[in-house]
Design a protein around this ligand. Sequence first.
Ligand SMILES: [Zn+2]
Length: 237
Amino acid sequence: MNYRSFVLSSSIVSMVSFTEENYLKAIFHLSEQENGKLVSTNDLAEIMQTRAASVTDMLKKLSEKKYIHYKKYQGVALTAEGNSIALKIIRKHRLWEVFLVEKLGFKWDEIHDLAEQLEHIKSQKLTDRLDTFLGHPEFDPHGDPIPNAEGVMPTIRAVKLSEVETGQNFTIMGVSEDSSTFLQHLDRLGLKLGLELKLADISDFDQSLELELDNGQSIRVSSEVARNIQAKVRSVS
Ligand SMILES: [Zn+2]
């Protein structure tokens, strides 16, 4: 091996592979779901759709690279470095989802699989430019927060529309139901991402919601629809 190919191969070794990135991201999501508890190998195997033995091999590797703390039979947690890598991938994933919906006109139910591929593009410059191009969005089209360039998640969380109070102004941030019948239903109602509305009234009879647009028009949605829309409440100016 000559010097140049040695340098090349060692820089490849130190890079995080596609699979490693997916593991770090999976550990991040699982630990978030479990409120920071150690993530079990079995849960990881299930989410990665692989055998526990393959998971164990990968965990050893990630542990050697100091991306995770791995205690046999107990589970894993991300190190600060592993956490920062996971947040970068999540940031890219969610930014690409915004881009796909807002700029390329993809439907909400089409974007996740594409973002799973796009999130692995390494270029920091591309991510930063994408972020600027999109106007530094805080939420992806599912209403999930986008970590900023420093890896900090926005503190304002989206809430379910069903949790918004009468009289409050809000912006539609995303949906938590991806079925095409639901998305088509929203289309027919004229509800789309980024739309600013006011919750004018909730019916005592069937808990349906009357939403008011800026132009005074109103849209009535069922409580079932409201449970599946993510909203960000805006303070009234
Ligand atoms: Zn996604």
